[in-house]
Each structure stands twice: as C-alpha cells, then as structure tokens.
Design a protein around this ligand. Sequence first.
Ligand code: HEM
Length: 219
Amino acid sequence: MAILPSLPKHLQGPSVWALYIIGFIPAAFAFYLGASGQLPGNPVKEFEHLLGIWALRFLIATLAITPLRDLVGVNWLRYRRALGLLAFYYVLMHFLTYMVLDQFLNVTTIIADIVKRPFITIGMAALVMLVPLALTSNAWSIRRLGQRWTKLHRLAYVITASGALHFAMSVKVVGPEQAIYLALVAVLLGWRAVRKPYLRWKRQAAPPAAPRRTVSDAS
Ligand code: HEM
C-alpha cells in the first residue's frame, strides 16, 4: 500500500519541471558563490567539488526510485528520467570545470590525467557511459529499443558505482563522507541482487484479493 497520497493528475507534469528547476539550484548557487568570490579555500576546487558531489547525489537518487517503490510503495517513477538527466548535466558541468578552470583546456595534461590517474580514468569512463543513457532517455528511444533499452540502462548501476569509487579514490584517506556514499551505493547494488526473490516472496505472501461485490450480491 502507498504511504503517500498520489499527486493530482494535473500536477504530475508540472512537478517534474519543478524538479528540474530545484535540481539546478545547487549549481546556480555554487556559480553565484564562485562569481561573487564567496567560495572558501581554492574556489575552483570547491566549485568542482560541489558539482561532483551533486552529480553523485542525483545518480544515487535515480537508483533509489525502484527500491522506494518496492519497499514502501512510493511511486516516483515519473521523476527518474529527470533525476538521471540532472546527474548527467552535473557530471558534464563537473567535467567542464575540470577542463576549463582547472586545466585551462590543456589537452595534453587532460589526456595524461585520464590515462595516468586511475580515479580520473574511472570518472571519465562513468561520463562516457552516461552519454548513451542521456541520449536514449526519451520516450521514442524507449519504444524503439524495447528490451535492449532496459539492458542498456542497467549501466546506471556501473556508473553510480564508478562515481562513488572515483570520489573515494580522489582523496588520500577515505573519510566518513566517502564511506557513506560507498555504503549507499553498495546497498542499492545489493538491492538489485535480492529484488527478484523479494518481489516473488511478497507476491506469495500477499493475501488473496477479496472477491468483488456485484449488483446481485447487494440485492
Ligand atoms: C559519474 C561521474 C563523476 C562523478 C559522480 C564525480 C564526482 C566527484 C566527486 C564527488 C569528487 C570529489 C570532490 C572533492 O571532494 O573535492 C570528484 C573529484 C574530482 N573529479 Fe569527478 N566525478 C565524475 C566524473 C569526473 C570526470 C569525467 C572527471 C574528469 C575527467 C573528473 C575529475 C575530477 C577531479 C580532477 C577531481 C578532484 C578534484 C580535487 O582535486 O579535489 N570527475 N568527482
């Protein structure tokens, strides 16, 4: 049974657009802080960090939609595409910040970094894998690709795991923040492994549906 009342139909579409707007607030705020000189320490690193961490949060939120529905009956499927696309835009902004503000578009250094620094290689791989998912996140691709769409979008698990690993490897010593993100991703991946048996068990444990009353029953 759903624990939250469902949104009236006329608000469902606008609520997705509201999510896009809300989703871009952290980026806009980080940009404002950067442009007005209010980012602490190294402003470029801080800006890069904010975009990277929000990318990871949106990736995790995207993967959390299915377990939320399975376990507590909250159906937020309509927000999954927006969350996934927000993750993609944040990774892209994080990457652009790295390329332009951090490396000043020095292609040689960027390529050397991607090849030689494992945490950047992993981050780059995650970005490359995100591109086909973002490009096929529309209704037309879902119809066209059928079952292949579902298979392709399972990459979201690999991407999120890569994102969390990239974060953990970007620091010298893994602290509580990195550990929390790694644990969250591990739980979501673990859920994927036990989901099918759990749903089978839930179907079997559910009481049989009550017979419907007909007009003749009432008379
Ligand atoms: C799914 C993809 C990605 C996610 C979720 C992600 C997320 C993050 C996060 C959370 C951090 C930690 C920031 C900090 O604590 O300072 C980080 C750091 C970093 N990321 Fe990414 N990232 C991704 C892809 C990339 C890509 C494609 C590049 C560049 C090729 C990149 C370059 C960097 C660099 C250079 C740092 C270290 C910044 C520093 O020196 O503090 N990331 N990333």
